[in-house]
Design a protein around this ligand. Structure first.
Ligand SMILES: Nc1ncnc2c1ncn2[C@@H]1O[C@H](COP(=O)(O)OP(=O)(O)OP(=O)(O)O)[C@@H](O)[C@H]1O
Ligand SMILES: CC(=O)N[C@H]1[C@@H]2OC[C@@H](O2)[C@@H](O)[C@@H]1O[C@H](C)C(=O)O
Length: 361
């Protein structure tokens, strides 16, 4: 095997659960995953990152210190990945940790210290994938549709790839056309509500939600949110969907488990409504991201899409937990080869752009 065709992908997403790391050999175009590793966030760094989503005194220094801490955790993930292999990857694609995403104001911020990561690993690092697309007038997100097209497209069958992470996003693959957009909250509200009321970081398999009853009045209120009515291109994050927003929607007398049940239904409807409205020709959906492990959420989603067959991306050859990290290995490869990797129809950018900044080792 030639190390020069190997790339590392590091994804730390909006769920704030930790770092997904993959080592991928792109000798053939769709790639072969050689190894995976996961470095969970301990509660202190998770809280620091959560706090940094909102303005408060001292946030500039806090964010720079957190960026250094993240770079050390990314390096730990890379060490775990390369341990016992003789691979020196061509580059690491490191997404960073989104703490602000305001494309309408011209910025997005993924905390990271790629210079420190290059120093600690001795490997070229590609980082800051989103800002070039925003500079070109785009949303800077979602970026995975180009990768989905490269590895999951089928010229005969229109299909959608649905990532259920902190935020859910959809890629619509129809013939040679690709569209894609964020469709609303995935796990992020479910996790936050569950943690507050049960102490557990997430509701395993939706077990607690199954004890509650869906409140139709709350569901209608949640579904009336303006973002959900917008036509793509669109992207979102904790900037909009957060606990303060949720608290504003809930009546004081609501039972906690009923709210959880309603949030699962809301997450399912954000996806199914978007498929119905924006991806009318789709007959197959493939799921990835941590939300695929929430049996209740998947059950409710498939219930709302009775004429569409549903499977995990495993069926297309990539395990659902690693799709995003592999996408960032692929995006790094695109950057190193000076190929554009945004899709203007997805992000709304003025044209194709080479994404990312390279920090040579
Ligand atoms: N067994 C499970 N039951 C229910 N939910 C689960 C389970 N396993 C994982 N999850 C959910 O998946 C989340 C992690 O998902 P994932 O790793 O896709 O998030 P992410 O990388 O932050 O995604 P994104 O970047 O797309 O926002 C957890 O926070 C949890 O909500
Ligand atoms: C700004 C940001 O970090 N967005 C993430 C987030 O998590 C899911 C969804 O919202 C998507 O827009 C994006 O991540 C994936 C990897 C993307 O860019 O395709």
């Amino acid at each position: 095997m030639d190390s020069m065709s190997c790339y590392v992908g590091l994804m730390s997403g909006t769920s704030l659960d930790g770092i997904d790391a993959v080592l991928v050999d792109f000798e053939n175009a769709s790639g072969r995953t050689l190894k995976t590793a996961y470095v969970p966030y301990h509660p202190e760094i998770k809280q620091t990152l959560l706090d940094l989503h909102f303005s408060k005194a001292g946030e500039l220094e806090q964010s720079l210190l957190a960026a250094n801490q993240l770079a050390r955790l990314y390096a730990e993930a890379v060490n775990q990945l390369l341990d016992g292999t003789d691979v020196t990857p061509r580059a690491i694609g490191c997404h960073g940790q989104t703490i602000r995403h305001r494309p309408e104001l011209g910025y997005t911020l993924q905390l990271n210290n790629p210079a420190l990561l290059a120093e600690l690993t001795g490997i070229d690092v590609v980082a800051d994938f989103r800002n070039r697309d925003i500079a070109a007038g785009g949303q800077g997100a979602p970026l995975v549709p180009a990768f989905h097209q490269a590895v999951f497209a089928d010229s005969d069958t229109p299909r959608a790839i649905i990532n259920i992470g902190g935020i859910s996003n959809i890629t619509h693959l129809s013939g040679t056309n690709v569209t894609g957009f964020d469709c609303g909250p995935g796990n992020l509200l479910l996790d936050a509500w569950c943690e507050r009321h049960t102490g557990a970081p997430y509701d395993k398999d939706g077990a607690w939600a199954r004890e509650g009853e869906v409140s139709n009045s709350l569901l209608d209120k949640l579904l009336s949110n303006d973002f959900l009515q917008l036509a793509p291109p669109k992207s979102t994050g904790r900037d909009l969907f957060n606990m303060a927003w949720l608290e504003h929607q809930i009546s004081a007398t609501a039972q906690a488990k009923d709210v959880q049940a309603t949030l699962v239904e809301f997450a399912a409807r954000c996806i199914s409504d978007a498929i119905t409205r924006h991806c009318a020709d789709v007959r197959e959906i493939y799921l990835c991201g941590g939300g695929t492990h929430n049996g209740l959420l998947v059950q409710r989603l498939t219930h709302h899409l009775p004429h569409i067959s549903a499977a995990s991306t495993e069926k297309l050859g990539i395990a659902p937990d690693w799709v995003e990290a592999i996408a960032f290995a692929w995006l790094a490869k695109q950057t190193m080869e000076r190929r554009p990797s945004n899709i203007p129809e997805v992000t709304g950018a003025a044209g194709p752009r080479i994404l990312g900044a390279v920090y040579p080792a």
